[in-house]
Design a protein around this ligand. Structure first.
Ligand code: GUN
Ligand code: FE
Length: 455
């Protein structure tokens, strides 16, 4: 097991529940360094319309960075360790741009309500439990374990309002070898007494203290400013978080235009705003050159999408959550046509799975429903488009991530199709399409994050 020299706080490490410590797999491979070559049937997105496919290709990784994919090993790399997965698919790691780590505990439950009632009934009571560090350590250990062995290499996660448990989650994720962002949630209004920060000042103070510790505890798991959504954050809190994000050049994540009652509520709460996204823009939370994430955007019209595009806001498509709590179907074809940045989110526990493969499939399925039932100009998403959203499209939030083009960070999955036997010949594209539809987490053989093999 290689963890690239990551040092964890030993006291925290000792506090991890035994169940987490014992979650290593038997077939971990040994690697000498981050210079190596992966051989196999390699596939990645060039853009939203085109796949690059190299049957029997060689992906060269130099110090954790892709040097490209080749049909033959170039002379200068002949001395590199060769990891031969001939006949197996190799694709970029997947990106989950929206997941609630504390809600993983109740995944698969509570699908009988719409958003606002669902938050009060399930999300807030569960998230409150993370004030208890024993509960948090156990619950987060299950989340981190399952995320580690999923197809996801990069994530952007919500935690809770609690500083200590959020730091614990960050340290566990750091130890897993995955990379991404975690946010301590901010909420100072319209929330139950038992799960609400006392004032905007108290919320910002706790955030500043958490940021200071987060910067020290982790290298590869970074903090992201996380106002839960406009209804739970006063104008004053939004403004102060906007100032903090701008001063420290931090990214932000939140929710946008998910549900009709929620949108009506935002109009009531912020009569001065042009639309929902304006409540974030006017607070300085979003700005050009400082990419941010907005989950859902089911009801974002052309004007809202235009403002998002101008402010480098990623629209995060969470199709399973949008179905489970009956929010609606996001018109992703419109986002693509307008050139809005975007990616996929599992949105556990509105969604019940951590699988971005399954999320790709659901994105494709709901795109057919919205086309068939509501608007025939919204053409269904193609295999190329869903794969791009889960890799290079979403990956661009993290930098050069989600592709094997030269200069990209070497996040790679070696896929195991042995449970998916077939008698006929299939080409690499067909095998990829089928794998996205059929795979479970046990169908991933190895995962590399920035050139580190994490299993
Ligand atoms: N809006 C505000 N909080 C949440 C949440 O936890 N899940 C979802 N799906 N939407 C939200
Ligand atoms: Fe969410």
């Amino acid at each position: 097991m290689i963890f690239d020299g990551v040092k964890l706080n030993p006291a925290m490490d000792a506090d991890f529940p035994a169940v987490y410590q014992s979650f290593e797999r038997e077939d971990d491979i040994m690697m000498n360094d981050r210079n190596f070559i992966l051989k196999g049937d390699i596939c990645y997105s060039e853009d939203a319309k085109h796949l690059k496919i190299y049957p029997d290709g060689f992906l060269v990784c130099v110090e954790g960075i892709s040097a490209g994919v080749f049909e033959k090993i170039p002379e200068e790399y002949k001395g590199f360790q060769l990891l031969d997965y001939s006949g197996q698919l190799i694709i970029p790691g997947l990106c989950d741009l929206h997941v609630h780590a504390p809600q993983y505990s109740y995944r698969g439950l509570g699908m009988d309500m719409e958003l606002l009632e669902w938050l009060d009934t399930y999300a807030f009571p569960e998230e409150t439990k993370y004030a208890d560090m024993d509960y948090a350590a156990e619950a987060y250990s299950y989340f981190v374990h399952d995320l580690k062995y999923s197809g996801t290499t990069r994530f952007c996660a919500f935690a809770t309002i609690h500083e200590a448990a959020t730091l614990q989650l960050m340290q566990m994720l750091e130890k897993s070898g995955l990379r991404g962002y975690v946010g301590k949630v901010n909420m100072d209004r319209n929330s139950p007494d038992y799960y609400c920060e006392r004032s905007a000042e108290a919320s910002v103070k706790a955030t500043a203290s958490w940021l200071e510790q987060a910067e020290q505890c982790c290298q590869n798991v970074q903090p992201v400013i996380t106002p839960r959504f406009t209804p739970s954050c006063s104008d004053r809190l939004m403004q102060k978080l906007g100032e903090l994000a701008a001063a420290k050049n931090l990214r932000i994540q939140s929710h946008l235009s998910e549900n009709i009652s929620e949108i009506d509520w935002v109009k009531e709460l912020c009569p001065w705003s042009d639309n929902y996204i304006d409540t974030y823009v006017k607070a300085g939370l979003t700005a050009p050159g400082r990419p941010s994430l907005m989950a859902h955007c089911v009801y974002s019209d052309a004007k809202e999408l235009q403002v998002m595009k101008a402010n480098d806001v990623f629209a995060v498509h969470c199709p399973q959550c949008n179905m489970n709590i009956a929010s609606g179907i996001a018109p992703v074809r419109r986002w693509l046509d307008m050139g809005v940045k975007m990616g996929l989110g599992t949105d556990v526990a509105g969604g019940s799975t951590l699988s971005i493969f399954r999320t790709m499939m659901e994105a494709r399925q709901v795109s057919k429903l919205v086309w068939r039932l509501t608007d025939q100009s919204l053409q269904p998403l193609t295999l190329e488009e869903i794969f791009w959203m889960g890799t290079k499209g979403g990956g661009s939030f993290f930098g050069s991530v989600g592709s094997f083009e030269p200069g990209y960070e070497a996040d790679a999955l070696v896929l195991d199709e042995s449970r998916m036997l077939h008698p006929q010949a299939l080409d690499v594209r067909q095998r990829l399409e089928r794998y996205i539809c059929l795979s479970e987490s046990q169908d991933i053989k190895h995962k590399f994050v920035a050139g580190n093999c994490i299993f």
